[in-house]
Design a protein around this ligand. Structure first.
Ligand code: DX5
Ligand code: ZN
Length: 232
């Protein structure tokens, strides 16, 4: 797989200290991270509830990095406009939560245009959802988030089949002469991130790997420095 561009690193705030989010947001601001990954969970699409839009609003006030909002909720269309903040750069909805995915993707793009903010529209796939189902939407999306764990919780183990899905998605995009970010979310560690990049992904979401490490800033730097061509 040809290495196309420097990959992005997106620490997931789900693993941060919720009692002192400002501190962790500022740590990310001063790190080499590219984005701040924000998981909105509703207790319906996933069996957990995380935080909602007032919390993202507060984070936006302190964040200098791009906000990458991952909506793990049913009926996401209702909340797209709630996600539009000055720093919002990606909004991702789940394939499994959208009856009219094309409409949801269009609504994300429209919300960005209306606000004059360059917002990328993303679709996320659960581990069991085949990449082939994106054939008729891939040219319309800016980002595909492949869940590499069952969504809802941080700290789970990476599902190895995700590596095949990354390769299948690269192939699908090559066939259709289109390009979108391939984001991997769940169980990303320093010892599997190289293989993930080598398979063709270019956005690494990392929650516990970053926030539970001794030196989160250094861990972000290590994730950022990985080069797929250095991997066996
Ligand atoms: C999982 C979330 C992830 C989560 C990843 O449902 O979508 O963004 O924060 O956490 P780690 O990196 O700890 O697996
Ligand atoms: Zn996520």
């Amino acid at each position: 797989m040809k290495y196309q561009q420097q990959h992005l690193v997106a620490p997931s705030i789900l693993a941060a200290n919720f009692a002192n989010l400002q501190h962790d947001v500022e740590m990310v601001n001063h790190s080499e991270a590219d984005c701040l990954h924000l998981d909105v969970m509703d207790g319906r699409f996933v069996p957990n509830i995380s935080f909602g839009f007032p919390v993202i609003k507060a984070i936006n006030k302190y964040a200098t990095k791009a906000l990458d909002i991952h909506l793990m909720i049913v009926e996401p269309d209702k909340y797209i406009n709630h996600c539009v903040f000055e720093n919002t750069r990606m909004i991702t909805v789940h394939y499994e939560a959208c009856t009219h995915l094309h409409r949801s993707i269009a609504a994300i793009k429209e919300a960005g245009i209306k606000a004059g903010i360059p917002i990328q529209a993303g679709v996320a796939l659960n581990p069991h959802t085949p990449v082939a189902l994106l054939a008729d939407i891939i040219r319309d999306v800016d980002l595909v988030c492949l869940m590499s764990v069952n969504p809802g919780f941080g700290g789970q183990s990476f599902i190895p089949q995700t590596l095949n899905k990354i390769r299948q998605l690269r192939h699908l995009m090559e066939q259709q002469k289109t390009n979108a970010f391939i984001e991997i979310d769940g169980g990303v560690k320093l010892d599997n991130a190289g293989a993930i990049l080598k398979a063709g992904a270019n956005v690494l979401v990392a929650g516990s790997t970053v926030f539970k490490s001794q030196n989160p800033t250094e861990t972000i730097q290590q994730l950022k420095c990985l080069r797929p061509e250095m991997m066996a």
